[in-house]
Design a protein around this ligand. Structure first.
Ligand code: APR
Length: 228
């Protein structure tokens, strides 16, 4: 059985209307990430950070999964050995039918207590005065991995990369580590590597590149893998 590790980025949700970060007009061209996506930014101005993620949570909750999300769920359902890792914080993979999704940057639908570590389903809008349902501390934050923090599930991801036969990066610029290093890590263990991207990241990084919008290129690739 061919073991496949798939890493998705913002490009897989772009056609669902969710913005990417580094494309023209992307989030980091409009916001200073040090203010809204770092622990220091949250300590300085929790209200601004909650406002930023409340808007992203509303967009994500109001968005619909697209054909790329559904195709990856079809692949996961049709064969064993598919590990789906995402850098995205939206839940479109799950709402597109994916059974198991490894969210290495956390989830916009989850809240975290910075005091006791409790996690729970986030309300549509969070505010600095919200109290933790566990310890009652007013230290609630979105359950998101910010710059300078350690991504989630890294051991599980490393094990999957070491054992995979094919690594596929979909809709990611490959600019943020550790995710950006997964292609070299998988190749180092002998895996074939494939990039599916509207605007491929860097020539020569992947064995194969499929250029196109995710909603067309991903279903076509999945059909190729499943033989129709
Ligand atoms: N179909 C396929 N790919 C697309 C599409 C599309 N319709 N639209 C955009 N893309 C691709 C772009 O070509 C680009 O390579 O999606 C990628 C988006 O890149 P980024 O905006 O850098 O997003 P991403 O790679 O997911 O960022 C990684 O950076 O800021 C952090 O935590 C954040 O998880 C994020 C991480």
């Amino acid at each position: 059985m061919t073991r496949i590790v798939i890493l998705t980025g913002a490009g897989v949700s772009a056609e669902s209307g969710l913005g990417t970060f580094r494309d023209k007009g992307g989030l980091w061209t409009r916001y200073d990430l040090s203010e809204v996506a770092t622990p220091g930014g949250f300590a300085r101005n929790p209200a601004l950070v909650h406002e930023f993620y409340n808007a992203r949570r509303a967009n994500a909750l109001d968005a619909a999964p697209n054909a790329a999300h559904r195709a990856l769920a079809r692949l996961q359902g049709a064969r064993a050995g598919v590990t789906l890792v995402t850098q995205n914080i939206d839940d479109l993979h799950e709402r597109g039918g994916a059974r198991e999704v490894i969210h290495m940057h956390g989830q916009i639908t989850r809240a975290l207590c910075a005091a006791c570590g409790a996690r729970w389903e986030a309300p549509r809008a969070m505010h600095p005065a919200d109290a933790c349902p566990g310890c009652a501390a007013r230290a609630t934050r979105p359950d998101i991995v910010w710059f300078g923090e350690v991504p989630y599930h890294m051991e599980r991801i490393a094990d999957a990369l070491a054992a995979c036969d094919l690594f596929v990066a979909i809709g990611t610029s490959g600019e943020v580590y550790p995710a950006a290093g997964f292609v070299e890590e998988a190749a180092g263990f002998g895996a074939e590597t494939l990039e599916i991207n509207l605007d491929p990241s860097a020539p020569g990084r992947f064995d194969r590149v499929i250029r196109g919008p995710a909603t067309e290129a991903v279903p076509a690739w999945v059909a190729e893998v499943l033989g129709g």
